[in-house]
Design a protein around this ligand. Structure first.
Ligand code: GLA
Length: 694
């Protein structure tokens, strides 16, 4: 990890172990992109030709690629920074001020040539991941400055014969569907306008030249650390340039910087690898573990969650019964979901009234919490702090606390409205009840949910109402950070109706994510596949639930459900009272089996594997320990139990199956594959533990 500077060429080079990034200051003091890819030296970077457009004409400037494209001059692509001055003028012209570099963090400071605006471009190497962000400072003592766009960074890939983009699409119950498609010669927008990261798109993408595969090929990938609305615009021009710019906020939002005010954007991180999509994911996972998660070395407990068992029919006795059964199966954390507070006997009422429901918990939550702790489990609670039902005491007392606009309806979704946490009083109140709840009941874990998008996102009377799109998210971050600081044992799961808020920003203050409300194991294989592109198994909550599945009505064997859920942080989510004796026995054995493989799954490296037909698998590796989880939802007539070729084995090493006892030469595991001996029929799966023995 190093940063070097060549003053003659006004050129910077940032190096990780397997990658380098170079940029330079142009004659007009614009910061231009030079290189992002394989390692090079500063001398070599100085020799790289300046990237100009081969199509320059009176309709096209020949300028190079900007590190953050500011509106102004002959620039016609998507702008990363768009400014409107108080006098009505627009655009910026840069003057270089200085740069500083310490602890792997480079700051390049620029000022507008006329208006008193300061811009700092930040670059920080974290292993092989480059973190970038922007800060703007309005130094004007009198006038505000209007920001029409303020991105974190612009990225550019080198010229290649073709370009392909991998990204994630979806919806509620179908999050993280991986799409891999040619980049059109056009502007392609990936965005969320919902105030949340969204189920529909995730602020991650990967670019390759169309030839990369799982374990081979050049991949450039970026991810934005932001949990509210966001936009990334990918632009391919007809003459071989592919660039993208991204940051918080969606189009149409306008932010005003008051005199003296400063704004900092979230981190937009990027990495390059020549090792294919698998290596890109492993580099992301490593980054999340080392530089994002608050407590990365912990092993996540097996949790039980009551939602699918009870819905809103929560009673203290019912929860105690579930807790006893969960503990018998080996659960280590018991989470009571929705329905424990206020008048919350359904979706329509009670959100916002965060006191235990008197009829359901006569003596409050303390007796249940004590019972859960007595059973040897941690105690967790579902909360949805950003929301309110209009049918609640909170809303009756404070109808002005929600996002709303004068003369507009307040659109309800799931019978609820969004509290405006950008308001300091609302944020303070929210922190207050959460702090008391956690402190008074010894709550070890919060499932922090958010079940709707923003609509009519106004803030009547505020000077700069659009700032709520930033302020709300930052308030959520601050409340979580404060809770964690004041309650060091507290752990948090990020949920937004499933995977509506999974991103590197929320993961900076949460321990795991609930990727989807869809717990069907077949659907889940695809969801986990997409999720794993960026996020490690260590944060991927996964419950084993009952059949027929509530979402898909599909019936699958218990073992298959377990094997799919074991590829993340295993949880149980069924109605345990209805489990047969046989299921309980098998369930307890499978929970125990998970605990054996858990260090490898949660702390090891993941290699996604494909086999014949519908067979897919993941191989996890930690030192000499290997775990293979393989799933085969259907098999056609005449297709036997397939072998699975492993990628993460040394050809000259020998591996022993810790359960079956067989030994395999690595070369054989690579070439002809691991025999899986799958049971006959649909929904076949296998768990294999291997140890490298020689
Ligand atoms: C959301 C969550 C579910 C559950 C319900 C409770 O939909 O994603 O897991 O907690 O809310 O209302």
């Amino acid at each position: 990890m190093s940063i070097s500077f060549d003053p003659d060429n006004r050129l910077w080079l940032l190096c990780g172990a397997t990658t380098a990034y170079a940029l330079r200051l142009d004659q007009d003091d614009t910061v231009r992109h030079v290189h992002w890819g394989a390692p090079i030296s500063l001398d070599q970077a100085a020799l790289l030709p300046t990237r100009v457009s081969p199509a320059a004409s009176s309709f096209e400037a020949d300028a190079g690629v900007d590190e953050l494209t500011a509106d102004g001059g002959a620039r016609f692509g998507p702008a990363g920074l768009q400014v409107r001055w108080a006098d009505g003028g627009r655009g910026v012209e840069w003057r270089y001020l200085r740069h500083e570099a310490d602890d792997g963090h480079l700051r390049i400071e620029l000022a507008d040539r006329y208006y008193p605006l300061r811009l700092t471009l930040h670059y920080r190497m974290r292993g092989d991941v480059l973190e970038r962000w922007t800060s703007v400072h309005n130094l004007d003592e009198r006038d505000p400055v209007t920001l029409l766009r303020c991105d974190s960074a612009g990225w550019a890939v080198p010229e290649r014969p073709d370009y392909r983009v991998s990204h994630l699409v979806g919806g509620w119950n179908s999050e993280f569907q991986l799409r891999r498609t040619a980049v059109p010669v056009a502007e392609t927008v990936f965005t969320s306008r919902r105030g949340l990261t969204s189920h529909h798109a995730n602020p991650w993408l990967a670019i390759d030249d169309g030839t990369a595969v799982e374990e081979h090929g050049e991949v450039w990938s970026t991810a934005l650390a932001w949990s509210g609305s966001w936009r990334v615009t990918l632009h391919r021009d007809p003459v071989g340039r592919t660039t993208w710019t991204g940051g918080f906020g969606h189009e149409g939002l306008v932010w005003t910087l008051a005199p003296g005010e400063r704004l900092e954007t979230p981190i937009f991180a990027g990495l390059y690898t020549a090792g294919g999509f698998g290596a890109a994911s492993r580099a992301w996972h490593d980054y999340v573990r080392r530089h994002v998660l608050p407590d990365p070395d912990e092993t996540r407990p097996v949790l039980y969650n009551s939602w699918e068992a009870t819905g809103f029919d929560v009673t203290e006795e019912g929860q105690r019964d579930l807790a006893r059964r969960a503990a018998d199966l080996g659960a280590e954390l018991f989470v009571m979901d929705d329905g424990w507070f206020g008048a919350r006997s359904g979706e329509h009422a009670g959100l916002g009234d965060w006191t235990p429901n008197q009829d359901r918990f006569r003596y409050g939550l303390t007796p249940l919490a004590a019972e859960v702790h007595r059973l040897g489990m941690a105690f967790g609670l579902w909360v949805e702090p950003e929301m309110v039902n209009p049918d609640s005491d909170l809303y009756r007392a404070h109808p002005d606390w929600v996002l709303h606009m004068a003369h507009r309806r307040r659109t309800e979704m799931r019978h609820q409205l969004v509290l405006n946490l950008a308001r300091p009083d609302v944020a303070e109140w929210t922190h207050g009840w959460l702090d008391a709840l956690v402190g008074e009941h010894g709550v070890d874990f919060l499932k922090w949910d958010a079940n709707r998008a923003f609509t009519e996102a106004g803030w009547p009377g505020a000077d700069d109402p659009d700032r709520l799109w930033i302020g709300h998210t930052r308030a959520v971050y601050r409340i979580m950070d404060r809770l964690r600081a004041d309650h060091p044992g507290l752990r948090i799961e990020a949920c937004a109706g499933g995977g509506g808020r999974a991103d590197l920003g929320i993961l900076t203050r949460t321990d795991q994510v609930w990727p989807s409300d869809n717990t069907d194991p077949v659907d889940r294989i695809g969801i986990q596949h997409g999720f794993s592109q960026l996020y490690p198994a260590r944060v991927s909550g996964a419950w084993v639930t009952d059949c027929p599945n509530v979402t898909t009505a599909r019936t699958t064997p218990l073992r298959f459900r377990f094997h799919v859920a074991m590829a993340g942080v295993l949880g149980l989510g069924g109605d345990l009272g209805a489990w047969s004796e046989r299921d309980r026995k098998e369930g307890a054995e499978l929970v125990a089996a998970y605990k054996l493989i858990r260090p490898v799954v949660q702390h090891g490296q993941a290699y996604r594997l494909g086999g014949s037909g519908t067979l897919t698998a993941v191989q996890y590796v930690l030192d000499d320990e290997h775990v293979v989880l393989a799933w085969c939802p259907t098999r056609r007539f005449g297709h036997g139990s397939p072998a699975l070729r492993l990628t993460a084995v040394q050809p000259d090493a020998v591996y022993r199956d810790l359960d079956g006892g067989a030994t395999y030469p690595g070369a054989l595991l690579r070439e002809s594959g691991l025999p899986l001996d799958l049971p006959a029929g649909d929904y076949a799966s296998a768990l294999v533990r291997l140890r490298r023995v020689a």
